[in-house]
Design a protein around this ligand. Structure first.
Ligand SMILES: [Zn+2]
Ligand SMILES: [Zn+2]
Length: 209
């Protein structure tokens, strides 16, 4: 199979998931929704082609969609040579799928070039690999603003001294004291008097209701 053929096949495999998708990305549903973990052979073949194109002999990587990823766009596990992609990328665009795949492949390329040397995840080796894989302006951020996926805080706390509030998705487990009050009243040292205490959820502002 020649590279052009491969790209064509890849294009088809992605496009088939966009058939009849509504234009509004947040309302879009893929033609074949991914449940759990699903391997993507055309993306694996494309990955091998891309890596061979930058001088990696006989690369072997696994590419899979993982419906359990929340706001993470993609993950690269070097030990298992596995790239996991968030199926919600397909709801954004084929270009976003491509960009994220290359971002993750750049992690593999950087690590394979470094050998046993430990490198920073998004350090100079990775940036060089991004340039080689044609995403020179790639940022380190994996998070995408997936609509509606942000979890709302359900736990609210307030400093008993100054009233500073804190909201959290998960309850705080350790004792946490108000930094401002500890600075002002106990020279920056932890002071149990200023521990955040649980409070009820604040009432919605009338203007926002
Ligand atoms: Zn990364
Ligand atoms: Zn305080």
């Amino acid at each position: 199979m020649n590279p052009a053929q491969l790209l064509l096949d890849f294009g088809k495999s992605v496009l088939s998931r966009f058939v009849d998708s509504p234009p509004n990305p947040s309302a879009a549903s893929a033609a074949t929704p991914v449940r759990g973990v699903q391997r993507d052979i055309p993306l694996e073949e494309l990955s091998h082609r891309l890596l061979e194109g930058v001088g990696w002999d006989n690369p072997k990587v696994r590419v899979q969609w993982n419906a359990r990823l929340r706001t993470t766009a993609g993950l690269a596990c070097w030990t298992s040579r596995t790239i996991s992609l968030n199926p919600r990328l397909m709801e954004i665009s084929a270009a976003e799928v491509q960009r994220t795949l290359r971002h993750e492949l750049a992690h593999f390329l950087a690590q394979s070039r470094a050998g046993r040397r430990r490198i920073a995840a998004h350090g100079p080796e990775w940036r060089q690999a991004c340039c080689d894989l044609d995403i020179p302006r790639e940022s380190r951020c994996h998070d995408l603003p997936f609509g509606g996926s942000r979890r709302k805080p359900k736990h609210f706390y307030a400093c008993p001294k100054c009233g500073t509030t804190l909201k959290r998705v998960r309850p705080i487990r350790r004792s946490l004291a108000c930094l401002n009050c500890c600075r002002v009243h106990s020279r920056g040292h932890y002071d149990a008097r200023f521990r955040f205490l649980p409070v009820a959820a604040p009432e919605p502002h009338p203007a926002a209701a």
